[in-house]
Structures are given as C-alpha cells and as structure tokens.
Design a binder for this molecule. Structure first.
Ligand code: RP5
Length: 189
C-alpha cells in the first residue's frame, strides 16, 4: 500500500532464482494488490519490467507463471480467487497464441492488463492480436508489444490504484515530472 513496504511473492517454479526473481526472504505479510502473471518462464525477461515499476512505486505485488494452455486448472483457480485475495489489478503477459489475459478476464471481475510478449516467430504480432481482439463484453486492456508494454502496464496499474490512494498519486505525479524534466534538460552535445 502507499507508504508501506513493498511485498513480492514468487511461486510455483523452482527456477526462479536462476532468473533473479524476488526470493522468499522478501516476503512480508502485507496485502498484495497486483498480480503479475505470465505464460512461461521465458516471459519473465519482459514481465520483470512491470515488476520493477511496481517495486519503484512500492506497490505490493506477486509474480507467477501460469499457462492458459499448460496449466488451465491453475489459471482457473487463480482467476476465481484473485478478487477474494484482495487483488485489484492483474497484469498478464503472454506470447504467441496468447490466451492467458483473455481467459483470465473471462473468469474474474478484476481488471486485466494484457502484455503481448515479443514472440520469435512473428515478433509479437501474434501475441498482440491474440490479446487485443477480445469479444464484446470481456475486455482486456492491451498494452504495447514487449518491454514498453510491460512497463506501461505497471504504470497503468499504478494510475488505477491511485484513484483511491493519494500518496500513490503523488508518486505518479513526481514520476511524470521527473520524466518531463529529463527530456527538457537533455542535450545532444
Ligand atoms: C506462451 O508461449 C508463453 O507466454 C510464451 O511467451 C510462449 C513460449 O513459451 P515457452 O515455449 O518459451 O515456454 O504460452
């Protein structure tokens, strides 16, 4: 929560340490309010950008690998329980036939922000179209392909959360101001 300590949880894969994901020692009892999920460990390089932004804003969040195709029951369980666990925004990244964000949105009222991971075969166009072309009635807020999308998904999550959290809104204002000043003071010499 704003002003509180960040909380990070990472589970269901023993390979997390290889990827420098947050370790168990950083687990705190604080309420998690954002879930970052991704279809494969191979998505972490992209989705880490979202986690980094939430960490910067001290938003308690968790990161999980959940595959719509390979672990459909786990996805069902996750999506069905997200709201009752206090999750307010879900950021879902996937590549290729990227069904994770849509299937998650189909099973939860929690807003889902979709990040199309850049695939090798089609450079993420497949991921983008899979995520963005949702049928009427089940929205997924779709971001850009790749790192920019992951970063912006987290910034959008912060903006959504800051509707009811004044201190988070102040941090977002500061971030925007810093960004503006960086551009205004940049020099090509
Ligand atoms: C999707 O398939 C994942 O989101 C990932 O982007 C893509 C490839 O997965 P791996 O074969 O690398 O596990 O489900």
């Amino acid at each position: 929560m704003p002003g509180g300590r960040s909380t990070f949880r990472r589970n269901n894969n023993s390979a997390v340490e290889r990827l420098n994901m947050p370790k168990k020692s950083k687990i705190h009892a604080e309420q998690l309010i954002v879930s970052i999920i991704m279809g494969s460990l191979s998505d972490w390089e992209t989705m880490k950008n979202a986690s980094d932004v939430l960490t910067r804003f001290e938003v308690p969040h968790e990161c999980k690998v959940i595959s719509a195709h390979r672990t459909p029951d786990l996805l069902f369980e996750f999506a069905k329980s997200a709201e009752s666990r206090g999750i307010e925004v879900i950021i879902a990244g996937a590549g290729g036939a990227a069904h994770l964000p849509g299937m998650c949105a189909a099973q939860s009222l929690v807003p889902v922000l979709g990040v199309p991971v850049q695939s090798k075969a089609l450079s993420g166009m497949d991921s983008l179209l899979s995520i963005v072309q949702m049928p009427t009635g089940i929205p997924v807020g779709t971001l850009a392909i790749g790192n920019a999308g992951a970063t912006n998904a987290a910034l959008l999550a912060v903006a959504i959360l800051s509707n009811t959290r004044k201190d988070l809104r102040e941090k977002l204002k500061e971030f925007r101001n810093e960004q503006t000043n960086t551009v205004l003071t940049s020099s090509l010499e």
